[in-house]
Design a protein around this ligand. Structure first.
Ligand code: 5GP
Ligand code: MG
Ligand code: MG
Length: 177
């Protein structure tokens, strides 16, 4: 299992502490609001599940599958919706749950979409934020990490390794494969 991991960047214990810290911040900030967690599949699953246990509010959970057109001819602000929300979000308080923000383009495009749908507020919680992302800052961030390809705890390498309980850095020899 671990022969693709260079080093462990964020341990299981550190992840658990971050979920607790972010959960209690969110609990304070969203008291008496109509909170909807919107998880971006598939990477959000472990994080959303652990985080939500620490949000002591009657929240709703919705999911979306989107893909962004990185480096394509389409505008970088465009996304393709592969699976949409089940409910309208007009006048609701949306908290987008992301595993990682790299360029910030995906989350920026989703935020824009939710604005057009009339959400009352739209914020972002991301477990990881890459250091060189100057595009979009999440309101709640677990860890700021170096610009390396990471995997585990929801994040895949070629659709595998999402089940690792920690965040690891991919060994150089596997890059661009
Ligand atoms: P962005 O639009 O912010 O550049 O990146 C969005 C998506 O790219 C993330 O939600 C994630 O699915 C994927 N991604 C970005 N960086 C990494 C990484 O280091 N590892 C993995 N496994 N996925 C990444
Ligand atoms: Mg993601
Ligand atoms: Mg992926």
């Amino acid at each position: 299992m671990n022969n693709v991991i260079e080093e462990i960047l964020v341990s299981e214990k550190q992840i658990a502490e971050a979920c607790k810290r972010l959960g209690s911040e969110i609990t304070k900030d969203y008291e008496n609001k109509d909170l909807v967690l919107v998880g971006l599949l598939k990477g959000c699953i472990p994080f959303l599940s652990d985080l939500a246990k620490h949000i002591e509010l009657p929240l709703e959970v919705q999911y979306m599958i989107v893909s962004s057109y990185h480096g394509g001819t389409a505008s970088s602000n465009e996304i393709q919706i592969k699976y949409d929300l089940e409910v309208p979000i007009k006048d609701r308080d949306i908290l987008l749950v992301e595993d990682i923000i790299d360029t910030g383009q995906t989350i920026k495009a989703v935020k824009k979409l939710f604005e057009t749908r009339g959400a009352k507020s739209i914020k972002v919680v991301s477990l990881l934020d890459k250091k060189d992302n100057n595009n979009l800052k999440a309101e709640y961030v677990g860890f700021t990490i170096p610009n390396k390809f990471v995997l585990g705890y929801g994040l895949d390498f070629q659709q595998k390794y999402r089940n690792l309980p920690y965040i690891g850095v991919l060994k150089k020899e596997f890059y661009d494969k």
